[in-house]
Design a protein around this ligand. Structure first.
Ligand code: NDP
Length: 257
C-alpha cells in the first residue's frame, strides 16, 4: 500500500474522475475527504449510467476511511472549512487533489460572460483558492503533494474560450507553485486526461464521441481508474522528485495533434 495512512482531500470526489482517484487512493490505504457539492454521484447519459452509491461507502468497502464534506470550490469560506474539518477529523493533510471541474459548451459567440465566469471560477479560481488555503497544512506534512487535474485541452483549441484556457493556466500554475513550494518538500503536478468516460461528456453528440475515439491512439476511452492510478503514482514516494510536471494520460490523443 503506497499511500498507507496518508490523508487526502479530493475535490469533486463524488463522481467521475475524482471518484476514480478516491477509490485507487483507498486501495492504497489513504484516508480520504471527499469535497463536493453533493454526495450523490452524477449519472451520465452515455457513461456512469448505473453509479448510485456515495464514494465514501465504496471507500469503506475497500477497508479504508473516508468522510464527505459538502464543499463548493467556488466559495473560499467553504474550502477553508473543509480543510479545517479534514485536519480535525484525520489529524493533518498530506495530499490535495484539485479535481472539481465543469464544462459549459459554446464558443466565444454563444458562451455568455456569466457562464465564462462560472467555468473559470470553478476550474481556475477554485484551484487557486484550494491551493492557497491548503499550503499551511501541507507544510506540516512530511509528504506534501498537490495534484491538479487539467486536461489534454490545455494544449489546443476546440473546447471553448473558458474551459481550455483555464486548463492551460493550470499547467502554468503548477510550475509556479512547484517553484514556491519546492523548498518545503511539497511537490505540485498536473494530470492532463484525454477522453475519460464520465458524465461530463453528456453535452457531446454520439458522432462527436465517435470522432474522439478515432483520435485516441489506443482503441478505447479512458476510465476514471486510469487517472486514479496515475494520481496514486504522483502522490506516492515513487514520485518524490517529480514536481512542476504535467502528465498526459490520454490514450495517445495528444500524440496525433
Ligand atoms: P464529472 O462531471 O463526472 O464530475 C465532476 C465532479 O465535480 C462532480 O461530482 C461535480 O459535482 C463536482 N463539482 C463540480 N463543480 C464543483 C464545485 N464548484 N465544487 C465542488 N465540486 C464540484 O466530471 P469528470 O470527473 O469528468 O471531471 C473531473 C475533472 O477532470 C474536471 O476538472 C474535468 O475538467 C477534468 N477532465 C475530464 C475529462 C474527461 O474526459 N472526463 C478530460 C479532461 C479533464 P456535482 O455533481 O454537484 O456537479
Amino acid at each position: 500500500m503506497v499511500l498507507k495512512d496518508r490523508i487526502a482531500i479530493i475535490t469533486g470526489g463524488s463522481s467521475g474522475i475524482g471518484r476514480g482517484i478516491a477509490l485507487e487512493f483507498a486501495r492504497e490505504g489513504a484516508r480520504i475527504a471527499i469535497a463536493d457539492k453533493q454526495e450523490t454521484p452524477l449519472r451520465g447519459k452515455y457513461h456512469e449510467t448505473d453509479v448510485t452509491t456515495p464514494t465514501v461507502a465504496e471507500i469503506e468497502k475497500l477497508g479504508a476511511r473516508g468522510i464527505f464534506l459538502q464543499t463548493d470550490v467556488a466559495d473560499e469560506s467553504q474550502v477553508a472549512h473543509t480543510l479545517n474539518r479534514t485536519v480535525e477529523h484525520f489529524g493533518g493533510l498530506d495530499i490535495l487533489v484539485n479535481n472539481a471541474g465543469i464544462h459549459i459548451p459554446g464558443g466565444a459567440q454563444a458562451l455568455s460572460i456569466a457562464d465564462w465566469d462560472k467555468v473559470v471560477g470553478v476550474n481556475l479560481r477554485g484551484v487557486f483558492v484550494a491551493t492557497k488555503l491548503a499550503i499551511p497544512h501541507l507544510k506540516r506534512s512530511k509528504f506534501g503533494r498537490m495534484l491538479q487535474i487539467a486536461s489534454v485541452h490545455a494544449y489546443g483549441g476546440g473546447a471553448g474560450p473558458a474551459y481550455a484556457p483555464a486548463k492551460a493556466a493550470i499547467v502554468n500554475m503548477v510550475r509556479d507553485t512547484a517553484l514556491e513550494l519546492g523548498p518545503f518538500g511539497i511537490t505540485v503536478n498536473a494530470i492532463c486526461p484525454g477522453y475519460i468516460e464520465t458524465a461530463i461528456q453528456d453535452y457531446l453528440t454520439p458522432e462527436q464521441i465517435e470522432e474522439a475515439l478515432e483520435k485516441t491512439a489506443l482503441p478505447r476511452f479512458g476510465l476514471p481508474r486510469d487517472i486514479g492510478r496515475a494520481a496514486v503514482f504522483l502522490a506516492s514516494d515513487d514520485a518524490a522528485w517529480i514536481t512542476g510536471a504535467s502528465l498526459l494520460v490520454d490514450g495517445g490523443f495528444a500524440a496525433g495533434v
